[in-house]
Structure formats: C-alpha cells, structure tokens
Design a binder for this molecule. Structure first.
Ligand SMILES: [Zn+2]
Length: 279
C-alpha cells in the first residue's frame, strides 16, 4: 500500500514528467476500469479529460491530485486514491501493459500514464469539487509540517491504541500500516499502547520519530524508485514485514500480530508493554 513517502516521490516524478503536457486520449479498460474510475462530473472521464492540460500534481495524505484545464473546463481535478494496490505507471506506447491496467492516459509528451490496480479497491475521481471526494476533506494536517504543540493538542482528541490513531488519517494524513510500525519502533512505543497512557516525553519522541522516519523514507524511496513509480521499494524498513528477523537496534526477533493487510510488527524488547491490550 503506497503511503506518504512513496506518494511524495511519485508526485515529484510526475511533476517533472507530466506537468505541462496535454491528455491526448484516455482509455478506460473494461471490466475493471469502470469500477476504479469515478466520474463525478458525469461528462464521461475520457471525454472530459481529452484535450486538457495537466497544470499541476500535488500530494495530500495518501491522495494524488492532478489539476487539469481544458477549453471547456477551467478547474477540473483528477484525484487518485490508490488504497491497497493501486499504482500509477509511466510507460511508452506499445510497452506491454501490466495485468490489471485499468486506465491509460496518452500524453502529448509521447508518454503514457497508466493506472494499475490488482484488487480494484483504489479509486480515480474526476471532479470540480474536492469536497465530493470520499475521505478527502476529513484528512488531518501533513505530519511533516505540523508543530509539536499542534500535534500534542490534536492527539488529545483521539482515544484508543496509538497505532490505530496514527493510521486513521484524521490526526495526521498519509501514514498507513507500514509506516506506523516504523514510526512506533523508532519512538520505542508499543503499537497497542493507549494514547491517554502516553507520557509527555513519549509524545515528543513519537512526534520526532514521525518526522525523521518519514523524511528518511522519502530520501530512500527517491534513491531507489527512479522513474519506476509503480514500484514500492521497502527493503530498508526496520520492522514492517520483517517478522522473525533481528531488530536492527537490539537483535530481538521481530514480533508479529495480525494477518494479511493488518499485520503489526514490532520489537518486544525496544517497545515494551502492551502484553495485555491497552497497557
Ligand atoms: Zn529491539
């Protein structure tokens, strides 16, 4: 699942590669395409975007926003929420399409921007009004630009296990299952600790770990991803999906709770407590 660091780098690549280009054609591929592409303008996705210029690409939380301008529509947004398995890919025409390629934008640069999604859980929205995009307006601030004081104040509004609070997107935007594990490991906080049991010092450690973990990850993803924006380089992670491997800090085998997409990994030695849920 792409999270803030991957999408930040995808955004940077797209700013270089697609901003200023024009969409010459848009193909929505059945049977999955109609499920992932939600046209909130009711003009027809392909019809509305063909001829439009991509004016900017921005990231907000785990969403990517393309601002489009066409002769008939001066403010149109294409919003991508990749969720679990959605990926954007830059390709050249004729390059073999990956399985489950659902939307293909042909650009005036000669490149193709493709949307690929194995589970079709992700979504592309075309809209004039960002308030219509589900889960967009409830996003919290960006974790790398919030101040410690603001983080402390906002945190008070949330109850329950700290990992769940970090991943929900309302406290801060863009942190998912993988980077919540990484941040909590860096902060030495057990993922099941209750927010209202965290000390002032622990909240400060959490805040600092959030900033440093995300910034370090952006730099590492940037170095490894290149222009291959559909890839998700994560070999460098310390604990997430590293069950049984030695903790990079103390050597204790990394613990695992949960399964499938809701895996939690942590180090029992570095992140004590939480043996009884709620400690
Ligand atoms: Zn450890």
């Amino acid at each position: 699942m792409p999270e803030l660091p991957e999408l930040e780098v995808v955004k940077e690549v797209l700013q270089r590669r697609v901003v200023g280009t024009r969409v010459q054609a848009c193909e929505v591929l059945p049977p999955g395409g109609a499920l992932v592409a939600r046209d909130l303008t009711h003009r027809g996705l392909a019809e509305a975007v063909t001829g439009a210029e991509i004016q900017s690409v921005e990231r907000r939380g785990k969403f990517l926003l393309f601002s489009l301008q066409s002769p008939s529509d001066s403010s149109l947004f294409l919003v991508v929420n990749p969720k679990l398995t959605g990926r954007l890919q830059l390709a050249v025409p004729g390059q073999k399409r990956l399985a489950r390629t659902h939307v293909v934008f042909s650009l005036s640069s000669g490149a193709e921007l493709r949307y690929v999604d194995q589970t079709r859980m992700g979504q592309l929205y075309l809209t004039r009004d960002l308030a219509l995009v589900p889960d967009y307006t409830s996003l919290g601030p960006e974790p790398c630009s919030i101040s410690l004081d603001e983080f402390r104040v906002r945190l008070k509004g949330y109850y329950g296990e700290i990992k769940g609070i970090l991943t929900r997107g309302e406290l801060v935007a863009g942190i998912g299952n993988a980077y919540a594990d990484e941040i909590l490991w860096a902060a030495r906080i057990h993922p099941y600790r209750k927010r209202n049991r965290l000390t002032g010092d622990e909240i400060e450690h959490l805040y600092q770990a959030m900033q440093s973990t995300l910034q370090d990850a952006i730099a590492k993803v940037r170095a490894e991803m290149g222009e291959e924006i559909h890839r998700e380089p994560r070999d460098f992670l310390a604990v997430h999906m590293k069950s049984g491997q030695p903790c990079p800090r103390c050597g204790t085998p990394i613990s695992l709770i949960g399964a499938n997409q809701r895996v939690t990994n942590f180090c029992r030695t570095c992140q004590p407590g939480g043996l009884i849920r709620g400690m």
